[in-house]
Write a protein that binds this ligand. Structure first.
Ligand code: ATP
Length: 235
């Protein structure tokens, strides 16, 4: 479970997060939507211990990320692609991450297989396509068999087979009792997979709740998004 409670983030003179509060529950896929610059990455970075809030807190299973022992066994995440150094092979990257978090070595082959990269383990990450990098990022998120997944634009650059894989993966993860928080710009993708939605605009949560509740009164999620964020010109 993810608990975001009263987050404020001041950057210089700008308040980029203002009282951001929501939960992502076990057994659910929670979609995190908002226009460019709304504050999604800022929230996820604080949640994953990469940045400090000015006020408020963000907890993973009741604890701040930075206090987790072997965090990748609790929460798998992907922000900005694979996060792997270009000069490493996919296998080296995964082996290093596994070692740093007390994850059994056998998981490296398992996640390479799962991500459709079984034949690419010895390829340097710098030679990966965008989609292969995404697959490696997802493989890394899955490495520690975490109960919680936090994914920023997970289907970005994936081919249709990859998109279908991610959909099935996230659905299966939530159905097995896991927690999934995914941010995405792809309304159709989110409408297809999310149980719950959190919509942020201008650093504030404008609506949160079950998909049907958030979209009530609108024809589509896209209409709801533009109606709620007031960003009719946004993609
Ligand atoms: N390192 C930084 N320094 C200063 N301002 C920043 C920094 N990172 C983000 N911001 C500002 O914080 C606000 C929120 O940005 P954030 O990246 O969280 O939005 P986002 O919802 O993830 O956007 P996108 O959909 O474009 O990824 C924006 O106004 C952005 O300009």
């Amino acid at each position: 479970m993810l608990t975001i409670d009263g987050l404020f983030k001041q950057r210089g003179s700008r308040l980029v997060l203002s009282d951001v509060t929501f939960q992502a529950l076990p057994g659910k896929v929670t979609g995190f939507l908002g226009p460019n610059g709304a504050g999604k990455s800022s929230t996820l970075r604080i949640l994953l211990g990469l940045d400090h809030p000015t006020r408020g807190h963000a907890l993973v299973d009741g604890r701040p990320y930075r206090s987790l022992h072997d965090p990748l066994r609790i929460v798998g995440s992907m922000l900005d692609g694979s996060g792997a150094h270009r000069s490493r092979t996919a296998r080296n990257h995964l082996a290093w991450v596994a070692r740093s978090n007390g994850i059994p070595r056998r998981r490296v082959n398992e996640v390479l297989d799962q991500a459709g990269l079984a034949g690419d383990g010895h390829t340097r990450v710098g030679r990966f396509s965008l989609g292969m990098g995404q697959r490696l990022g997802l493989a890394t998120a899955l490495l520690g068999e975490p109960g919680v997944l936090v994914l920023d634009e997970p289907v970005n650059g994936l081919d249709p087979e990859g998109i279908r894989w991610v959909r099935g993966l996230l659905r299966g993860h939530a159905d097995a009792g896991g927690t999934v928080l995914l941010s995405s710009h792809l309304m159709s993708e989110v409408a297809e997979i999310a149980d719950d939605l959190v919509i942020i605009a201008g650093g504030r949560i404008v609506k949160a709740g079950p998909l049907a509740q958030v979209t009530a009164g609108y024809t589509t999620l896209e209409d709801a998004f533009f109606g709620l964020t007031g960003e009719a010109g946004q993609r």
